[in-house]
Design a protein around this ligand. Structure first.
Ligand code: RP5
Length: 160
């Protein structure tokens, strides 16, 4: 069983997706990782997204680049929340991916993070899951406090 599904359109997306995976690892969240292309293997994709709920998946983090339809198609098939990560691209810089993912029709939202925003995708998944998981909510609180203290420490170093 996996609580979060991490899915990407190509192995070239892995360096960015690894940032989301790192966050889930740090918070002790179970996940599965797949490379599935909605364009190159549509049948496998549909089967994967259709069966995600039965595998215990509560949230999908989907990353793709260029004509980045994978996150939107996840949202079309899977009934739970989908977080989309637009990949930076060589020709159009990633705005192609961003627009492909963020401009979803009403009724089929994808929570889209920044271009190459792997870490924020992981943190957003943690925030979603923490709403119904008391232990995770405690870890999330500690993470937020640590983050604040890290900025404060840098500032106070500057002041001395
Ligand atoms: C998308 O096309 C993938 O998500 C990737 O970001 C992009 C390029 O894929 P490759 O040609 O590197 O496999 O489907």
């Amino acid at each position: 069983m996996a609580t979060v599904s991490i899915v990407m359109g190509s192995d070239s997306d892995m360096p960015v997706m690894a940032k989301a995976i790192e966050v889930l690892e740090n918070f002790g969240i179970d996940y599965e990782v797949r490379i599935i292309s909605a364009h190159r293997e549509p049948d496998i994709f549909v089967e994967y997204a259709k069966t995600a709920k039965d595998r215990g998946v509560k949230c999908i983090i989907a990353g793709a680049g260029k004509a980045a339809h994978l996150p939107g198609m996840c949202a079309a098939v899977f009934e739970g929340p989908v977080i989309g990560i637009p990949m930076k691209t060589s020709d159009l810089g990633g705005v192609d991916s961003l627009y492909s993912i963020v401009q979803m029709p009403t009724g089929v939202p994808v929570a889209t993070v920044a271009i190459n925003g792997g870490a924020n995708a992981g943190i957003l998944a943690v925030k979603m899951l923490a709403m119904t998981d008391f232990t995770l909510a405690g870890k999330l609180h500690d993470f937020i406090v640590d983050q604040k203290e890290s900025v404060e420490a840098k500032d106070s170093k500057l002041q001395n």
